[in-house]
Design a protein around this ligand. Structure first.
Ligand SMILES: [Ca+2]
Length: 315
């Protein structure tokens, strides 16, 4: 009987692990095949070889690009080069990314930028850039003021908080207030890998301001990109391993109310709610993480690879 019990238990564990492996591969899209969709006028941006994880474009066409992310378990083509913020003028005929200098006193050697978000103060048109940073793989948010005439960022402050242990992206609500996603629950790398493998829905969205910090949404498999709707009423959260986009209403007290979930799987159905304008199998771009449009021009960034600039066709 003892032997039979052991065999039964081993069988149950193996069945569980096998089922988790199958589900994990599904979430990662490991077996998905891609039918390429091309755009006629595309080129890779010069000078970006080691990531362009996040992009934010100002209304005047100046794009900030977060470059050179180093992240546990993810390839880096420039492991010894600190990350940087690049500026790209989308109104140029042939835009070229230019690195922004950072004011003295900020530790540029450990700069490891991830998600970014701009905020314009309408009182004086000051542009603030909020940057998720991972110095020594920790999580902070750096607040910079953009000094356009000097192609520079002036560092104003560093924000750290216990509710922000694994920040991925953020969307600014003020010069030092924002919604941010934590992409893992655990900070320990073994536990955070296990969390991902088991498909636990333990990641969340935090609202941060100097006066108040609170969890405003939870139960995401891996909360990742976050943004605000153009009318400023809704927050969008991409759950990459949940394979969906969550739409949440912003309330006056900064709490969020879930409105709907957009399943990205419907992309190939008869009535797709998402249109694919560009699809590549990795021969041009690998690990794309962000896409922005300005004046019919598309900018696609990647976690660790290059960046693509395309002209969109009229739909
Ligand atoms: Ca962002």
């Amino acid at each position: 009987m003892g032997k039979l019990l052991k065999i039964t238990l081993v069988g149950i564990v193996l069945a569980f692990v096998g089922e988790r492996i199958v589900r994990f591969r599904e979430r990662m899209g490991a077996t998905r095949t891609l039918d390429p969709v091309e755009l006629p006028n595309c080129h890779l941006l010069e000078g970006i070889e080691a990531g362009s994880e996040d992009i934010d474009i100002l209304p005047n066409g100046l794009a900030f690009i977060s470059a050179g992310l180093k992240y546990p378990g993810i390839k880096s083509f420039a492991p010894d080069k600190p990350g940087e913020i690049l500026l790209l003028d989308m109104t140029d005929k042939n835009p070229v990314p230019v690195p922004l200098t950072i004011s003295p006193g900020f530790d540029v050697d450990s700069f490891n930028p991830h998600g970014i978000s701009t905020y314009i103060d309408r009182k004086d048109d000051t542009v603030y850039l909020l940057v998720v940073n991972h110095p020594q793989f920790k999580s902070t948010v750096e607040v910079f003021k953009f000094v356009e005439e000097e192609n520079a960022l002036e560092h104003l402050k560093t924000i750290r908080h216990d509710l922000l242990p694994r920040i991925n992206d953020l969307v600014a609500m003020g010069p030092d207030s924002f919604y941010a996603t934590n992409d893992h629950y655990f900070t320990n790398s073994i536990m955070s890998n296990l969390e991902m493998f088991l498909g636990l829905r333990w990641t969340n969205v935090i609202y941060y301001s100097p006066k108040e910090v609170k969890e405003v949404a939870t139960d995401f498999c891996m909360a990742n990109g976050i943004n605000v709707s153009p009318d400023n009423k809704y927050i969008y959260v991409a759950d990459i391993f949940g394979n969906d986009i969550h739409v949440l209403r912003k309330n006056p007290d900064w709490s969020l109310t879930p409105v709907k979930v957009i399943r990205v799987q419907n992309i190939l159905s008869e009535k797709p709610i998402v249109t694919q304008v560009y699809v590549n199998n990795g021969s041009v771009l690998q690990g794309s993480s962000v896409a922005c449009v300005y004046d019919k021009k598309l900018l696609v960034g990647t976690v660790f690879h290059r960046a693509l600039y395309c002209e969109l066709e009229d739909q």
